[in-house]
Design a protein around this ligand. Structure first.
Ligand SMILES: C[S@@+](CC[C@H](N)C(=O)[O-])C[C@H]1O[C@@H](n2cnc3c(N)ncnc32)[C@H](O)[C@@H]1O
Length: 248
């Protein structure tokens, strides 16, 4: 899917604002860092401000263009981590916030990251854990099934246990792996949930007619109000996995 970089930077800036706490896992010593799925480059910029030599990569041209526009002095490349080109070098740290759950082939992802890391290189990342935005996903699945459609989950949300096995199988030593709940307020008051849906389920909503889409979003708002509406905003039921691992 292609991203709306402006909408991402304004309405969904919570993604990199929460992601900033992941920077505390970076070492003090200056390192070369690959920011995988850098989006609009806001965290890439913060990594650079810490003194590291960072390259941001993203498969989305909209995101990369916005990143270059916002941070013209930094190095950004349009790259798919599942098919990296030889423009990429070797790095001390692979950093990534809110990206891995978009990638179905986790084995290939970890293999490619390992190949781009120097000896003893570190992987520092965070992404959606099993059960992430569960109530929204279940309600959306019910709505699509009600229309006679199959809901194919685009995200890969993993448990601590499964991801530890996957990391070890791909020759990473796990230093830290943490799963936590992160209830996330959405911007925009009443329209916050539909604008979140339009950003993160754009492909699935794009397959519906305008009439179907409107009905699905209205039903979601009705069904999720008791659980996720908090006085004047929606609060999405995010769960995250945070990982620090070293290449063996
Ligand atoms: C939710 S955004 C997170 C952006 C940024 N890391 C941040 O914290 O703001 C997810 C990003 O991952 C990128 N992405 C997804 N799959 C990718 C892949 N295979 N290779 C490179 N980037 C990818 C998307 O294009 C998108 O910009």
């Amino acid at each position: 899917m292609e991203w709306d970089a402006k909408q991402y930077n304004t309405t969904h800036d919570f993604v990199f604002k929460y992601g900033a706490s992941l920077l505390t896992l970076l070492p003090q010593k200056i390192k070369t860092v690959l920011d995988i799925g850098c989006g609009t480059g806001e965290l890439t910029n913060q990594i650079a401000q810490l003194g590291h030599k960072v390259t941001g990569i993203d498969q989305s041209i909209n995101m990369i263009n916005q990143a270059k526009k916002s941070h013209p002095n930094l190095n950004f490349l349009q790259e798919d981590i599942l098919n990296p080109s030889d423009q990429l070098e070797m790095y001390d740290i692979a950093f990534s916030n809110a990206v891995f759950h978009w990638i179905p082939d986790q084995e290939l992802l970890l293999k490619n990251i390992s190949e781009l890391l120097n000896e003893n290189g570190q992987l520092i990342c965070e992404f959606g854990a099993m059960g992430n935005v569960q109530s929204i996903r279940q309600a959306f699945g019910r709505e699509l099934n009600g229309l006679g459609l199959v809901f194919e989950e685009p995200f890969c949300f993993t448990s601590v246990e499964d991801y530890r096995v996957l990391l070890e199988k791909n020759h990473f030593d796990v230093v830290e792996i943490l799963e936590y709940e992160r209830p996330t307020p959405l911007k925009g008051g009443r329209v916050g949930l539909r604008s979140w849906m339009e950003q993160f389920y754009s492909t699935e909503l794009g397959n519906l007619s305008e009439e179907q889409k409107e009905r699905v979003l209205k039903n979601l708002e009705r069904d999720l109000t008791p659980r996720l509406w908090k006085d004047d905003h929606w609060e999405a039921d995010y769960r995250r996995l945070r990982i620090k691992a070293v290449k063996l």
